[in-house]
Design a protein. Structure first.
Length: 470
């Protein structure tokens, strides 16, 4: 009987692609899918000498070398728990289960503790990069028992994307749910990044009056500089694509409503729990919600449209948008990494922020040139308290914030929704403000609820008997 190095449970697009990636790197992979028809289709359409399909979990597990390694690529939630329960009686002490789906990190913490009690290791493995990434090299974020990680590290590093310097985009993140937590925040940053690009598009289209061909060229120009990233690259491609059902450009044929799978929402909720401001991520999620609001059409007809002011210099406007977009992008990533820093302390994970930035440099959706600068910032100062306090990013934001404010003001005055950019400006103003009005809020809370307040000239908490003047 053939001996496999690892088993893959779930052979839909992501599981199939990852299994073939492992097989390409010389690993013997066994595969199982609840519906054997899916396994048969994979064997027929993508035959590989290093991949073997099985009709039962028992057959798959029996084919694995010890300690057995089984990766789950199934839908997050109850399906993961169901497969785990089926695997438990088939595994032995020291065997390893890896969950490569988008599971909620608290579920991963629960499952890791549960399986530890049965002598099994459980890893929550964040994987980013979509179908192409899984097939040819994703960014991988594994979290679980550090000693057991050495058993799976060679496989994960082999199939991971490579940064420009050849480093695999995979690193041990931390215990229990750390890997899935980092993937969750990665997706939150992704939401904000995509929303910022969409807002830049609205500004260039409606204020700059650039057509799709010109927009393709503009984003191609952006891609050549400090905005170089996967999302900017595909945006340029999108504006060039023709509709295969007619003579129009495809982007204009797509409904103005976007869906979400929940990871951005999870990030926002977790940030509230941690007491961290990720307002740009929240704004991006809220925009997707509003894009599906059934009242939009009626409101469009009932509320007057604001007249959009003409710009005198289109080339200068393109540069204003570029600089504003870059400054806002820095702030979005700073919010995400601030959440990671706070969560690291709360959950005792000791997250390696520099290494996390480095594994985002290739393979994943938020891969971008300036992740090299984030990596450098944390390598130079491991205890950096906030990304906006790094000298490189401070200099860029100071240089570009004027144009971020300029395009934000133009959008607001023109009735163009830019919630992520507006929150970037507000966050920056709050972050470096001398005065945010919190003294008045303290006074109000003490007035109506005797919640006490702190003084500027004396330590401690105080209460004042407020007079009712009218």
């Amino acid at each position: 009987m053939r001996t496999n190095n690892i088993g893959m449970v779930g052979l839909a697009v992501m599981g199939r692609s990852l299994a073939l990636n492992m097989a390409d790197h010389g690993y013997k992979v066994g595969g199982y899918n609840r519906s054997y028809a899916v396994t048969e289709h994979m064997l027929e359409a993508w035959p590989h000498e290093n991949f073997t399909g099985y009709s039962t979990l028992e057959e798959l597990v029996a084919s694995l070398e010890k300690p057995r390694k089984v990766m789950l690529m199934v839908k997050a939630g109850k399906a993961v728990d169901a497969i785990i329960e089926q695997l438990i009686p088939l595994l032995e002490q020291g065997d390893i289960i890896l969950d490569g789906g988008n599971s909620f990190f608290e579920d991963t913490i629960r499952r890791e503790a549960y399986l530890k009690g049965k002598g099994l290791h459980y890893f929550g493995v964040g994987i980013s990069g979509g179908e192409d990434g899984a097939r040819f090299g994703p960014s991988i974020m594994p979290g679980g028992n550090k000693a057991a990680y050495e058993e799976i590290r060679p496989i994960l590093e082999a199939v991971a994307a490579r940064a420009e310097d050849g480093t695999p985009c995979c690193t041990y993140i931390g215990e229990n749910g750390a890997g899935h937590y980092v993937k969750m925040v990665h997706n939150g940053i992704e939401y904000a990044d995509m929303q910022l690009i969409a807002e830049a598009y609205l500004l260039l289209k409606h204020v700059g009056h650039f057509d799709n061909a010109q927009l393709a060229e503009i984003f191609s120009e952006y891609q050549k500089g400090e905005l170089n990233s996967f999302l900017i690259h595909i945006t340029s491609d999108i504006f060039r694509e023709q509709d295969d059902k007619g003579g129009k450009e495809l982007v204009d044929c797509i409904r103005d409503a976007a869906q979400q799978k929940g990871t951005g929402r999870w990030t926002s909720i977790e940030a509230l729990k941690q007491g961290v401001d990720v307002s740009m991520i929240a704004a991006a999620g809220n925009t997707r919600v509003m894009s599906n609001n059934e009242n939009r059409k009626a409101a469009e007809e009932q509320y007057p449209h604001v007249e959009i002011a003409e710009i005198s210099n289109p080339d200068a406007f393109k540069e204003e948008v570029r600089q504003g977009l870059y400054a806002a992008k820095i702030i979005a990533y700073a919010q995400g990494f601030d959440l990671l820093k706070q969560a690291s302390a709360s959950y005792g994970w000791e997250l390696p922020l520099g290494k996390i930035a480095s594994i985002f440099r290739a393979g994943c959706i938020i891969q971008a040139k300036f992740l090299n600068d984030i990596t450098r910032a944390y390598e130079q100062q491991a205890d950096l308290s906030h990304l906006l306090l790094d000298s490189f990013f401070q200099e860029r934001v100071v240089s570009y914030e004027k144009n971020l404010r300029q395009i934000g003001a133009q959008a607001i005055l023109s009735g163009i929704p830019v919630p992520a950019m507006a929150n970037a400006i507000s966050y920056l103003d709050l972050f470096c403000a001398t005065h945010v009005g919190a003294n008045l809020i303290q006074a109000q809370r003490d007035y109506f609820g005797a919640h006490t307040f702190e003084r500027v000239d004396e330590e401690g908490s105080f209460h004042h008997e407020w007079r009712r003047w009218a």
